[in-house]
Structure formats: structure tokens, C-alpha cells
Write a protein that binds this ligand. Structure first.
Ligand SMILES: [Fe+2]
Ligand SMILES: [Fe+2]
Length: 194
């Protein structure tokens, strides 16, 4: 990625500029669903993102309840582990499909798409790294459960830091990706990328 894009790397940015999201002003988000080109793929994309936000939010709530002592260790483990694994698989699978199947089609629509999709692809790598870190810290929390309160507190503090980072990166990425892919589908028709 070009050096002048560093400012727009996922961890540094508060959104993508209009020069990169060059169709955003023409297709502001409140009008998406009324547009005649808004179809099944755009709807599916937004629903996948909504479910990732929802699953991530649930995991944050479960972790908070455990750390505040309103959820015991057994219930935490039984509730958290399968949901966390499902979330990671869902997220990884979604990014793999985007990288392999969809992003190349968006790039082919217009040379101006290049920069935005470089950023999104780079986001996926950064999110993957944050996800591995959260996974490792989650494993340490589960391993600490039989070792008593101090070990659990220390492990869950570390997990909270890494999962908060993952969720913040993901929230930024999902919003920015929507600003690129939905206006592009409205402009070019979703059959051009489906
Ligand atoms: Fe993505
Ligand atoms: Fe996505």
C-alpha cells in the first residue's frame, strides 16, 4: 500500500475521506433502501454486518457480566466459548469471501475503486491479527478459571483489552466498507458484482 495511505489505515482513521468513498455523497445511507438498484445482495451484505455487530456485542456483554461477577465461571465458559468460536468463524469466513470473490469485482468496476478496496483488504489483515490476539487471550481466561480469582482477573483484564481493540477495528471496518460497497452496487447494479 502506498505510504500516503498510512493516515487511512484502520487503527488510525475515523472514517474514509470522500476522495476514496467517492460515491458516498451521491448515495447517502438513509436513501439506500429506497433506491431501485438496492437488491438482495446489498440487503444480505448489511444483514451479515448487522449480525457480526450483534454477535460481537453479545460477547462483550457476556464478558462484562463475568468480570462484574454477575455470571459464574461455569456459566461464563458454557455461554462464551461456543459463541466466541462461532463469531470468529463467521468473521473469518466473511472476510475470505470478500477478498476472494467480491472485492476483485468491485475493483473491476472503476479504477477509482482501487484505493478503497486496498484499504479494506488491508483492514482484513489487521482484523485477523487482532482476532488471533483476542483468541489467545480468551484461551488464557478459560485456562485461568480453575486457578482462582486473581489469575482469572488478570487474564480477563488482558482479554478485555484485546477484544475491545478487535471490536473497535471491526466496527470501523464494517461502517467504512458499507460506505464503499453499497453506493457502488447502487451506481453499477448489483449484478455487476454478484
Ligand atoms: Fe470486510
Ligand atoms: Fe463485510
Amino acid at each position: 500500500m502506498a505510504e500516503d495511505l498510512d493516515a487511512w489505515l484502520l487503527a488510525n482513521r475515523l472514517g474514509i475521506p470522500d476522495t476514496i468513498a467517492y460515491l458516498r455523497k451521491t448515495y447517502p445511507s438513509p436513501t439506500w433502501r429506497e433506491h431501485h438498484n438496492f437488491g438482495e445482495l446489498a440487503d444480505f451484505w448489511l444483514r451479515v454486518h448487522a449480525s457480526l455487530r450483534e454477535q460481537g456485542g453479545q460477547l462483550q456483554k457476556i464478558t462484562e457480566a463475568f468480570r462484574e461477577g454477575t455470571l459464574d465461571a461455569t456459566t461464563f465458559q458454557r455461554t462464551f466459548v461456543p459463541r466466541f468460536n462461532h463469531f470468529l468463524q463467521h468473521l473469518e469466513g466473511h472476510h475470505q469471501i470478500e477478498d476472494a470473490a467480491y472485492f476483485p469485482k468491485f475493483r473491476a468496476l472503476d479504477p477509482r475503486m482501487q484505493t478503497g478496496f486496498d484499504l479494506l483488504e488491508n483492514d482484513h489483515q489487521l482484523i485477523h491479527g487482532a482476532l488471533l490476539s483476542a483468541l489467545e487471550h480468551a484461551r488464557l481466561v478459560v485456562a485461568a478459571l480453575p486457578r482462582g480469582a486473581d489469575s482469572v482477573r488478570s487474564a480477563s483484564d488482558d482479554y478485555a483489552v484485546s477484544t475491545n481493540r478487535l471490536m473497535a477495528l471491526l466496527a470501523r471496518h464494517l461502517a467504512d466498507e458499507e460506505d464503499l460497497v453499497i453506493p457502488a452496487m447502487l451506481e453499477h447494479g448489483e449484478r455487476s458484482v454478484g
